[in-house]
Design a protein around this ligand. Structure first.
Ligand code: FE2
Ligand code: FE2
Length: 214
C-alpha cells in the first residue's frame, strides 16, 4: 500500500513537472498580456515625449526668468533624448518604434496653454504658473517611468529596466530643479504682484500709445 502511494506521488510530481515545462515553453513562444501592456505603455510614452518636446518650445518662449528659460531649453533636449532612448528600447523588444496618442500628456500640455492665456506676459505669476504646469508633467512622467521600470523587471528585462531607470532619474532631476527655481525667487516675487501692477502697466501702455499718435 505504502509503495502504491509513493508511486502515485511520483506520477503526480512528473505530471506537474511536465505541465510546468509546457507552460514555460508556451511562455517563451508567446508574448504575455503583461508584455503586451508594456509595449502599449512604451507607445504611450513615445508619443508623450515627442509631444512634450514641442510643448517645451512654447513654454520656453512664454517664460520670463532666464533660469526658467534655460531649464525648459535643457529639458527639451533631454526629452528628445528620452524619445530616442525609447526607440532603442522598442528595438531591444523586437518592435518598431510607434507612438500612440497619450491623452494624459495632451491634457497636461493643454492645461499649460490655458495657464499661459490666463496670466500676463512678463510677470512672475506666469513663470510660477509655467513651473506648476511643468511639474505636473514631470510627475506624470515619473509615475509612468516608475511603472515601466517595475514591469520591465517583472518580465525579466533587466537590460530594458536599466535604460528606463536612467530616464526616470532624469525626470526626477528636472522636477527638483523646477522646485528650486520656484522656491528660490519666482514664487516669492510672484507673491508681490497684484492686479494693480497690471492696471498700472495698461495705463502706461495707453499713455505711450496716445503720445505716439500725437
Ligand atoms: Fe521625458
Ligand atoms: Fe520630463
Amino acid at each position: 500500500m505504502a509503495a502504491n502511494t509513493a508511486a502515485t506521488a511520483k506520477k503526480t510530481e512528473t505530471k506537474t513537472e511536465s505541465g510546468q515545462k509546457k507552460a514555460d515553453a508556451k511562455k517563451n513562444q508567446q508574448e504575455s498580456l503583461l508584455e503586451k501592456l508594456f509595449i502599449d505603455m512604451l507607445k504611450d510614452m513615445y508619443w508623450a515625449e515627442k509631444h512634450l518636446a514641442t510643448a517645451l518650445n512654447k513654454m520656453h518662449s512664454e517664460a520670463t526668468t532666464p533660469e526658467l528659460q534655460d531649464a525648459f531649453e535643457d529639458h527639451k533636449y533631454v526629452t528628445q533624448k528620452h524619445a530616442s532612448r525609447l526607440e532603442k528600447i522598442f528595438k531591444m523588444m523586437g518592435k518598431e518604434p510607434e507612438g500612440k496618442k497619450c491623452e494624459a500628456m495632451e491634457g497636461l500640455t493643454n492645461e499649460a496653454n490655458t495657464l499661459i492665456k490666463e496670466t500676463t506676459e512678463g510677470t512672475m505669476t506666469r513663470d510660477a504658473a509655467l513651473i506648476i504646469a511643468a511639474q505636473k508633467i514631470e510627475h506624470y512622467e515619473i509615475a509612468s517611468y516608475g511603472s515601466l521600470v517595475q514591469v520591465a523587471k517583472t518580465i525579466d528585462r533587466e537590460d530594458v529596466a536599466r535604460l528606463l531607470e536612467k530616464t526616470l532619474w532624469e525626470e526626477e532631476d528636472a522636477d527638483e530643479l523646477l522646485t528650486e527655481i520656484a522656491e528660490t525667487y519666482i514664487n516669492p516675487m510672484a507673491d508681490n504682484e497684484s492686479d494693480d501692477d497690471e492696471e498700472d502697466e495698461e495705463v502706461e501702455e495707453t499713455t505711450a500709445t496716445s503720445k505716439e499718435k500725437k
